[in-house]
Write a protein that binds this ligand. Structure first.
Ligand SMILES: [Zn+2]
Length: 490
């Protein structure tokens, strides 16, 4: 019998619900819109009144097929909807329209990339597994209403969310660490955003995640008893909850106890999971095909439509950016991790593709490193970045002046070339003018000159510094170096 924590490994599977970006709800014409007064986007269909006829939303089916294509799933040629029966206060029909035995997408995988892992473990190569997490299925269903509880003890239900399209993505239990679950969710979110399928913001409930986790002695094939975690509101919260729950289960088992199958609630403030309810047996939902909804064929128009929307995916974009603009694979990865950022970079580098690495440095090191907020983009025209990179690369201004222009363009919103003119920053590359400064520096610093002639080649830097000072920082430093060396070795 194993008895130390390191003898155990975790087995993790995730069920992710994703709100689809559509104009209208899944089976009626009500607006699919967050916010608005409670119960303002409702009709007899989404309120579950008797005698209504639901009609499937074509856009939601296309977006689900597109998701399946991006994740390399098999796409069903026929789309059928079933009723999942249960009593719940936020589902007035007492059933949810879902897909049971014929989901739209089967199989597929989410590939974990190094950059999808939490930043603090990206350098610990031993904890990073560059593996695909297999998917079981993706199906389409309708969301339920939202109940809320007031301070005065009353409760209410807002049906604005009832009947909005929801995609459920079920993974195989392929993840073994909290970090892999984090990477899975990050990579999945990235792809959903790339495809324009959903904004997938967990904090806004656009992406919701149920976690199934169990432990087993290393080497054992059978799964242990699993627990389900609820109330996870961020990707980093999923990681924290899993870390806690895995340690808890190992502690129970190594202490001689057994795990009971239960649903546990994560409390992010307390940093612990607590028992919500014990699952005695699987619920029988008595699924049957919804008699009001005709099956939909996907193999003609709908599939073809989804295919036309297939975007360039992050992995392919990374390789192309590195190849086309000469940026490092790492920088290409950071840019591609955010479709909007990659797009900004391409627009910035468009006119000066040869300065790709300089533009990437300005964007990633000078801008993003100091920016605040999540995934911010510069508030400036993208071509300013290309223009500034070009001014520096061609020697029109030196790198110190480049930093000043960079700061000024954010302060004033003016274009780099205009700022260079306005601030009188143009770098002096006129040889005759520079020779005068060099002669002055040589005359005023006999010690540096003697040092240089005695073989201390670094002494030229002191002279160069003098010339920069004499020119008030406007001299082209490379040219100054060349002139000084020429003069000293004549
Ligand atoms: Zn409606």
């Amino acid at each position: 019998m194993s008895s130390t924590p390191s003898d155990y490994e975790a087995v993790i599977g995730l069920e992710v619900h994703v709100q689809l970006k559509t104009n209208t709800k899944m089976f009626c014409g009500c607006k699919n819109e967050f916010g608005g007064a409670s119960n303002s986007h409702v009709c007899p269909v989404c309120l579950g009144l008797p005698g209504v006829l639901p009609v499937p939303n074509e856009e939601a089916i296309v977006k689900t097929i597109l998701t399946g294509e991006m994740l390399e799933c098999q796409i069903a040629t026929r789309c059928k909807f079933d009723r999942k029966n249960y009593f719940y206060p936020d589902m007035p029909k007492n059933y949810q329209i879902s897909q049971y035995d014929e989901p739209l997408c089967l199989g597929g995988a989410v590939k974990l990339d190094l950059l999808a892992y939490p930043k603090d473990v990206q350098k610990e190569e031993s904890t990073i597994a560059d593996k695909p997490i297999r998917l079981t299925r993706i199906h389409l269903e309708e969301d339920v209403a939202k109940s809320f509880h007031n301070d005065d003890g009353t409760s209410g239900i807002d049906f604005n969310r009832a009947g909005t399209p929801l995609m459920e993505i079920v993974s195989e239990a392929d993840m073994a660490t909290a970090e892999e679950a984090f990477a899975y969710l990050s990579a999945l979110k990235q792809i959903l955003v790339y495809g324009g399928v959903s904004d997938a913001d967990m904090e806004k409930g656009q992406m919701r995640c149920d976690v199934n986790v169990s432990i087993r002695p290393k080497g054992q094939k059978e799964f242990g008893t699993k627990c389900e975690l609820k109330n996870l509101n961020s990707i980093s919260g999923v990681r924290r909850a899993l870390k806690y729950e895995i340690a808890r289960q190992i502690e129970v088992v190594t202490g001689g106890g057994t795990i009971t199958q239960e649903t546990r609630r994560w409390d992010d403030d307390l940093g612990e999971t607590t028992l919500m309810r014990i699952k005695e047996k699987a619920h029988d939902y008595r699924y049957f095909p919804d008699p009001d909804i005709q099956p939909v064929r996907t193999d003609e128009g709908l599939y073809a439509e989804a295919k036309t929307r297939l975007p360039e995916l992050p992995a392919a974009k990374k390789l192309r950016l590195a190849d086309q603009y000469g940026v490092s694979v790492y920088q290409a990865g950071v840019l591609s991790a955010d479709a909007a950022l990659a797009d900004y970079f391409e627009r910035a580098a468009k006119l000066h593709p040869q300065h790709g690495p300089a533009v990437a440095n300005l964007l990633l090191n000078d801008f993003l490193a100091t920016a605040t907020g999540e995934n911010p983009l510069p508030s400036l025209e993208p071509h300013y970045f290309g223009e500034l990179a070009d001014l520096t690369a061609t020697g029109a201004i030196n790198s110190k002046q480049g930093k000043e222009v960079f700061a000024q363009m954010f302060l004033t919103g003016k274009a780099p070339a205009a700022l260079v003119k306005e601030l009188g920053l143009a770098q002096v590359s006129d040889t005759a003018a520079l020779e005068v400064f060099c002669d002055q520096a040589i005359a005023a610093n006999p010690k540096s000159v003697a040092d240089f002639k005695a073989g201390k080649l670094n002494a030229v830097n002191a002279l160069k510094g003098q010339v920069m000072k004499l020119s008030k920082g406007t001299a082209n430093p490379t040219l100054v170096g060349d002139i000084l060396v020429k003069k000293l070795t004549q």
